[in-house]
Write a protein that binds this ligand. Structure first.
Ligand SMILES: *Cc1c(COP(=O)(O)O)cnc(C)c1O
Length: 393
């Protein structure tokens, strides 16, 4: 009990994700709480303005979640029953769920076994005359190779809705994700690269989509029609559609405004952490390290650091995750692919053999902690424990 040998000092157990919240966020929220305005108002407007400036998007519209943004984006495109939308199997269920909110059908594509991303070659064969949109997902924050997909989609008259829940701040060939295709959706869920507790943002360069989303996120109410005429009462408004309740409150936007100021600092920290992992794990032949952007002037957001546990590893993915857990190293899986989930198997008859790459990833990927709150020491502990666990067998 009285030993003071350094190797008996117990570490604080690591948690997989710790939100990176400072006094800046706390003060911003307190200011909003004292201001007398809690729902969507001046803070939400400021957040949208700063967000659009940060990633050079024409319009940024704050909503309650990325799922809401995906729903509104597909709605703005007029997608409905009978339409098909192509989604990758390696994504969170929200991507495909938003398609089903509108009564349309998600068509699931396989992905690249290395990058884990959607590729044109995987989606070409899935296109029919019913295909209305393609939803690239920038898994882990690595940008999808958008140009071939955008070119193909333009030729076919198919829309693109990017699920950029992981891709802030990420760049593809010199342009920020969120400033490239017609509609891009971001998440500020508690574990994402920046948070508002819960929240999301839709960016678009199209005036018509921006107008539609503004109306539909707040009960189908057209405020612009009245605000143009200053002689009418403040209580007057027109319901022009059956909309949704997806507006972001100022309390959440207050967190967002502060987090946005720290976006670059938090990104730099996650990049440092990824470099430590690459350095310590580079000679580990039992695992594959994450892909880096393939194009010049591109940027990984490093939302996740996902390794793949290879065939020659003495422990499979689940055994490795368990062995690490026993040594207080938390890991996670992003994700069990859609085609391996009971709902998608039952509804769409997905078979694992139809998605060879997705099935490989579903059984081999493992996310290591990469929260900006981790110390160098924490990261080295995770990486060294991983190495020693693989060598131990
Ligand atoms: C987190 C996530 C979502 C959902 O985001 P919410 O803001 O929680 O709705 C959607 N797509 C992907 C790829 C995600 O990781």
């Amino acid at each position: 009990m009285t030993s003071n040998a350094p190797d008996t000092v117990k570490r604080e157990p690591l948690v997989f994700h710790q939100p990176d919240i400072t006094e800046l966020e706390i003060e911003s929220v307190v200011k909003t709480l004292r201001s007398g305005w809690l729902t969507s108002g001046p803070m939400t407007q400021e957040f949208e303005k700063r967000f659009s400036e940060t990633i050079q998007a024409q319009h940024a519209l704050a909503v309650t979640s990325c799922t809401a943004a995906l729903h509104l984006a597909l709605e703005a495109l007029g997608i409905g029953p009978g339409d098909e939308v192509i989604v990758p199997t390696l994504t969170f269920t929200a991507t495909a769920e938003a398609v089903m909110y509108l009564g349309a059908t998600p068509v699931i594509s396989d992905v690249c076994p290395r990058t884990m991303l959607m590729r044109l070659e995987d989606i070409e064969a899935l296109v029919t005359e019913k295909t209305k949109a393609i939803m690239p997902v920038h898994v882990a924050g690595l940008p999808v190779d958008l140009d071939p997909i955008l070119e193909f989609a333009k030729e076919k008259g198919i829309a693109i809705v990017e699920d950029a829940a992981h891709a802030l701040p990420a760049k593809y060939k010199g342009r920020w994700i969120g400033s490239i295709s017609d509609l891009t959706c971001f998440s500020f869920y508690a574990t994402k690269t920046m948070t508002t507790g819960e929240g999301g943002m839709l960016t678009t360069s199209r005036e018509d989509y921006a107008k539609r989303v503004k109306i539909m996120r707040q009960h189908g109410i057209d405020r612009d029609a009245w605000s143009r005429d200053s002689s009418v009462f403040a209580w007057q408004y027109e319901v022009i559609e059956s909309g949704f309740k997806y507006n972001m409150p100022d309390v959440n936007a207050a967190i967002g405004v502060a987090q946005l100021k720290r976006l670059d600092e938090m990104w730099k920290r996650r990049t440092q952490i990824s470099n430590i992992y690459f350095d310590i794990l580079k000679d580990c032949s039992e695992i594959e390290l994450p892909s880096k952007p393939a194009h010049a002037n591109s940027q990984h957001s490093w939302h996740l650091f996902a390794i793949k546990v290879l065939e020659n590893s003495p422990l499979n993915r689940n055994q490795l995750s368990q062995a690490l857990k026993e040594q207080e190293v938390p890991t996670s899986v992003h994700w069990i692919p859609l085609h391996m989930q009971p709902f998608y198997k039952n509804r769409f008859g997905c078979k694992e053999s139809d998605f060879p790459n997705g099935s490989f990833l579903g059984n081999s990927i493992l996310s290591l902690p990469i929260s900006s709150k981790l110390t160098d020491d924490d990261v080295a502990f995770v990486a060294e424990t991983l190495v020693s666990t693989l060598k131990r067998k």
